[in-house]
Design a protein around this ligand. Structure first.
Ligand code: ADP
Ligand code: MG
Length: 699
């Protein structure tokens, strides 16, 4: 039960006065709550910059483009002539010169009232010079001098969404702020004192009322306090989950090698020593009574799947079941095909269960999962829906962990299952991020690529030269090579992506021959997607035009060229993932990044990092610097709550503190029942980490 003190903050924004259905929708979009925005979402909406209106240099000295405030006398109004598109102008002066205020489609009577001729007024807005004369177009504020004290000296600037005006948002945030209660202090008193943290209420009010640029710095006391609360909530929920996992012990796995030896013999390659080490570490973990919690990191193409398979076989040898969960349908199917083919050599039954599995087939598979005939089960989130119950689940592998949150882990635990857990990720996650997002985990790294891999040559080419690229592509296809052509992301809209991909397919088909060009995109039915992938795999088509559905994990080892259109629109990690679709076999591969100039500074930096480096770790670190942590974790795709206040680089010191303190709390008061424990429950609710509370014994 959420503490009643928080109820006003968790009420829908429509409970605030002046917020109707239209504004409610805008605020939901703004705060990324497609269901409904709560008051707390507004309270947590964080300004990113500041408008300082304290600059008052006098009219003659207005700096071009700067936000300024001018005090002057109104000389005259010059209304627009009837039926003219000319603007309405008002002229004011001070001791230094004359300023033109310009209004388009303005109401004369309103302006006459706001700026009465002969009176001294205050206007504030952006100064612009035209032909040596200063002007201000649509001032942000206009008032007669007697109301001067209503002019905000400093205004926070918030991230916006189309259709919402800053003033309306400001008003909504102000009325949301009135609901902020006085919270009990949940941070350890010693930490509060040493860090100089303000109380939470004070910190939130300061967040929305910055006085100067320093207040926006991540190290400002209010921001550090908020970051600490956020990190503490995260670490505490992880610590609770972890301690719960510890209490539900795992069962040791005793493999016999009977199955894995057969599969190893059937592999067309020898494992790298990194793969061997990872398998050894996993088997050692699973032999313990404490549950394994291990992350297997390895760059794209480093061969994580086979490591996962060997871990699953160990469990099957001991009579248990293992699941492998993938983030997408296409990837689950691909894993299924690869793994089933190998497992067959050892006579192990592998099943596929996804959201698209037909009802009749699903019932059969669910029955086999329940009675234990299905030994290895591969699928998507469908694997953990409520109606799926396992006979003896001993190992869960989650592929591409960065796309999932802690939620899935909780879900497993909630089902009363205590499987060992292995998460595999190709987006190497810097240590600080692993800690912040997932808590402590053992990590195995696959640092070497399988032998014989040739480096991928990466080039950047401006879009204007697309003709050359198509020409070279024709030549390569004539030589029997296979290529991907990745279409740009357009404003995160799938519908628009789709059009661009289909159009591109058409033009490429015309240029290169319709029979060899395939298409795969997110809106296709999964059967069509599979058919398109299959045709590409077996060589019926040799150029596959695709949206980012091929981003993660798709494996066609003889594809050696990838063209990425509008590469400047993709994130660094995503480009690296895409590039990883090639260079998977023993042929030399190339990656062509088509970009549309002029590039922003970050855009240029991103492409050059990629051109220079094939090292996923280095790229992930650069990505963190260039884009911030939210996107690296893929919060966009998964909807996993990212961090609003914490900047993992700036706040790594308090992250460490929060971890230590969370561990201390869980150790001392594991059910959060003491005074501080109860306050901490409130913190968990406040940051929507309350799923952890459900696993405490006493509600
Ligand atoms: P990822 O780590 O990106 O998931 P995969 O597991 O899909 O990589 O492996 C990429 C490709 O490399 C697959 O075709 C796989 O069969 C192959 N592979 C894996 N291990 C080795 C190895 N030791 N030697 C050669 N090829 C390997
Ligand atoms: Mg993979």
């Amino acid at each position: 039960m959420r503490p009643a003190l928080l109820d006003p903050l968790f009420a829908p924004v429509s409970s605030l006065s002046g917020i109707g259905p239209k504004l409610e929708k805008l605020l939901a979009r703004l705060t990324g709550r497609d269901d409904e925005a709560r008051v707390i979402d507004l309270v947590f909406h964080t300004p990113t910059s500041l408008i300082d209106r304290r600059l008052r240099p006098g009219i003659a000295y207005l700096p071009e483009g700067a936000i300024v405030t001018v005090e002057g006398r109104v000389d005259r109004h010059q209304p627009a002539p009837a039926r003219s598109s000319a603007p309405y102008r008002v002229f004011i002066h001070d001791d230094t010169g004359e300023l033109t205020l310009t209004f388009f489609r303005a109401k004369a009577d309103w302006l006459e009232k706001a700026l009465p001729v002969g009176e001294t007024v205050l206007v504030s807005g952006r100064a612009e010079w035209f032909n040596g004369r200063p002007s201000m177009v649509h001032p942000d504020y206009m008032m007669t001098a007697d109301k001067a004290d209503t002019l905000p000296e400093c205004e926070p600037v918030y991230p916006m969404t189309a259709g919402l005006s800053p003033k309306v948002l400001r008003r909504a945030i102000d009325s949301a702020s009135e609901r902020i209660p006085t919270f009990p202090e949940w941070i350890d008193g010693e930490i509060v004192r040493r860090q100089g943290f303000p109380a939470l209420k004070e910190a939130l009010l300061a967040l929305h009322n910055p006085r100067d640029a320093a207040d926006l710095d991540p190290q400002a006391p209010a921001r550090r306090r908020l970051a600490y609360d956020e990190l503490l909530a995260g670490q505490l929920s992880l610590a609770l989950v972890r301690s719960r996992m510890r209490r539900t012990r795992g069962r040791p796995v005793h493999p016999t090698d009977a199955l894995s030896s057969k599969v190893r013999a059937a592999l067309p390659f020898a494992l790298t020593s990194g793969q061997e080490d990872a398998v050894t570490a996993i088997l050692a973990d699973m032999a313990q009574e404490t549950r394994m919690l291990r992350m297997l990191q390895g760059d794209v193409g480093s061969g994580k799947t086979v490591v996962g398979l060997l871990a699953m076989l160990a469990v099957v040898e001991d009579g248990g079941q293992a699941v492998l969960m993938a983030p997408t349908e296409i990837l689950a199917r691909q894993h299924f095909e690869g793994i089933a083919a190998l497992a067959e050599k050892a006579g192990v039954a592998v099943k596929l269960l996804t959201g698209k599995t037909k009802a009749a087939e699903r019932r059969v598979i669910e029955a086999e999962i329940a009675d234990g005939t299905a030994r290895i089960i591969i699928g998507t989130h469908a694997l953990f829906q409520d109606n799926v119950s396992y006979h003896d689940l001993r190992l869960a592998i989650v592929d591409e962990q960065h796309r999932f949150g802690v939620h899935q882990r909780l879900k497993l635990t909630a089902k009363g299952m205590a499987p060992h857990l292995l998460v595999m990720t190709a987006t190497p996650i810097p240590r600080t991020l692993v800690l912040a997002a997932f808590g402590d985990m053992d990590v195995s790294n696959l640092t070497e690529k399988p032998a014989g891999r040739k480096p991928i040559q990466t080039v950047t080419i401006p879009t204007e030269r697309i003709g050359d690229v198509v020409g070279r592509l024709r030549q390569a296809l004539d030589e029997g090579k296979k290529a991907y052509w990745i279409c740009p992301l357009v404003e995160e809209s799938e519908a628009v992506d789709l059009v661009s991909a289909e159009e591109r397919r058409e033009t490429l088909a015309k240029a290169l021959g319709p029979e060899i060009v395939g298409l795969v995109h997110g809106r296709m039915s999964s059967a069509d997607k599979e058919a398109a992938m299959e045709a590409f795999k077996n060589g019926e088509t040799r150029l596959l035009v695709a949206t980012t559905v091929v981003e993660v994990g798709v494996d066609v080892p003889d594809a050696t060229i990838i063209v990425i259109e509008h590469a400047e629109r993709f994130g660094l990690a995503q480009l690296h993932q895409l590039r990883g679709r090639v260079g998977r076999g023993d042929e030399a591969s190339s990656c062509i990044l088509l970009y549309k100039g002029p590039l922003s500074e970050t855009g240029r930096a991103r492409l050059s990092v990629l051109r220079e480096s094939n090292d996923g770790f280095r790229i992930a670190e650069e990505d963190l610097k260039l884009r911030g942590e939210g996107e690296l974790l893929g919060t966009r795709q998964s909807g996993m709550p990212g961090f609003r206040f914490a900047h993992l680089e700036a706040h790594s010191d308090i992250l460490a503190l929060a971890r230590k303190d969370a561990a201390y709390v869980v150790n001392k008061d594991p059910e959060l029942q003491g005074e501080r424990g109860r306050a901490l429950r409130m913190l968990l609710y406040l940051f929507r980490r309350d799923e952890a509370i459900r696993y405490l014994n006493a509600g």
